[in-house]
Design a protein around this ligand. Sequence first.
Ligand code: GLA
Length: 738
Amino acid sequence: MICFNEQMQSFFLHSRSSTYVMKVIENGQLLHLYWGDRIPECDLSYIHLFYNRSFSPVLYDASELCYSLDTLSAEYPAFGYGDYHTPAFTIQAPNGSRICDLRYTGHMITPGKPDIQGLPHLRADENEADTLALFLRDDLLDLEVTLFYTVFKDLDVISRYAVIKNRSSQELSLLQAASCCLEFDHSDFQLIDLHGSHCRERQAERTPLHHGIHSIESRRGASSHQLSPFAAFARPDTGEQHGEVYGISLIYSGNFRISAEVDQFDRLRVQAGINPFNFRWTLGSGDSFTTPEAIMVRSTAGLNGMSQNFHALYRQHLSPSRYTKAPRPIVINSWEASYFDFDEEKLKALIASCEGLGIDTFVLDDGWFGHRDNDTSSLGDWAVNTKKLPHGLSGIIETCKRHHMEFGLWFEPEMVSPDSDLYRRHPDWCIHAPGRIPSQSRNQLVLDLSRQEVQDFMAEAVSSILREYDIRYVKWDMNRNITDLGSEGLPADRQAELSHRYILGLYAVLERLTTAFPHVLFEGCSGGGGRFDFGMLYYMPQTWTSDNSDAVDRLKIQYGTSYLFPPAAMAAHVSACPNHQTGRMTPFETRGNVALGFCFGYELNPLHLSPEETEAIKRQTARYKEFEPLMLEGRFYRLCSPFQGNECCWQQVSSDGSLSIVLYARVLATCNPPVPRIQLAGLLPNALYRIDELDLILPGEVLMNVGFSIPWLWGDFSTMLFTLRKYEGLPEKQTQKE
Ligand code: GLA
């Protein structure tokens, strides 16, 4: 997968159908030459014609060749020698100089992939991937930069990160360190990002690239509702099923930046990594800094091809959790059923009402601890409120067992309420700037996870509950972003390390908890999908996709999220109507159809349902169980985008192609509409499929090229879920049912 051609001084990284080429030029600088369709090894230096460009300074030791870093494609550009684009990396020497000159000193190619200490990362053995470590060095600073590249054999994925080591005897300041830099010699792309807000996460947006810099970033201390750590660069004619696209993401949950810079010669530089905004890291003598890992995907099979590479990485190479590929519980969550207004009797009645519905786990959400009856108190006091629950959690857990359910519990461990014993004991444990009154958000402050004693407290607070009770599922919430950056645990010259140290502290706690309690399924949440990223998914294989449970809004949220994450990472629940976030009334069937095929559950009180709705739950849970393997192992295809019109359609296909489900949704009804026809994807071309709901049998290649027509739908917010099963009988003459 990875070779170094000595004569050409070039590295060739071959993934499933792409090749990535770098070259060490005469003076030791490392250039990027190519990432595209697979090619044989060949010296590509001929592509650079070294025009002598005005205002592009030439390098001091290559002036006769007109080498200018202003016009060449650098692999990991530093600041100072004529490259006027955004550098990948900036370091400051004690004398204030920020100039750095990295030259190649050697490399190492190893099978498999090394672990990255302290950071979530992809994992692969020697049959699945090869890793290249490329050593660069600045002699004057005595600084070493190692670039790591892992190439995955069966995917079109390269992952990258950098390790920066100070080998000198003096202190250096790291001002910026991207995980990856990517150069394209053209900018004939459109940029796709996932922007949003609380309750409106990951709305897909496609815009032309323009000259100058476009940044996709978070400064909130979390990967954020507002912009996900993701960017795709698609050719203008690339669609869901065809065309070339490059996708980038980060295995990181904090402040990030992905930038796209189009220069004077229409070339594009893309970089991804920790956000340099308010970042500075002191590298003492002998210290090293490791960037988060970046994921780079290339697809020529359209946006679905890109997404399927991300999805396969999640499934095969990301989370060590035993749940990644294992069946997930069908949960009922108490939040929208009762909010803070519950006691033991109410919960027991709720649990009892689930008997026989096919729901297997009851999750007790916010409000079970301290004296928390609303969101103004008690975060940090993780002891059961025995006024509400006189028999502690045991009374509830026993009731769950009696009704054949497991028990799950909500925590928000990273936070502290000013009205809490924890805050009264340790006011210095929250993030705050000396002399300033910290800003509150949802009446709470953020614990300073850069401090070891705070990490220890948090790990023990959660562990003691998990040790005491039989808990199979934890919903880990985080309901505000970080402000008032300041830590009493860090000296003045290290305060700008806090945002990253917070995330490292969080990862350390999650590593401890997930290792100590491997039987617990952790679900991530941050007001829904405010921290939905590959970093959190490493520890917690699923995330509450959005606090917005409205089925119509969920079409866009789940469609947008699928650009990056598979359905097995997205929790989707059926909730009550009128919907608590939008006030919309949607058919019960629509709510089920939109959530089926994702980590399924309910967010309502069955005691308030009609007998028909209760019967519908039984049907939905049975269907979920039948289709669960499609979610865990199958492929997901977006067919028709809700961002472009009144319809939405997606499809899931089992790994062997024998079973598929198709969701079709029409948002608003209109009188006398055209007949929609849907062309499917991912089927076995020569196999016959029976569509249960239409009583129709057709070959896969016909369904993928001609498609099938959607029957008449009545009313707003209508959906149909179609089931396709491989049919082993003889073909019949077909008429489509209306
Ligand atoms: C957040 C979560 C919700 C719920 C509440 C509880 O908003 O996203 O699902 O758990 O907190 O306070």
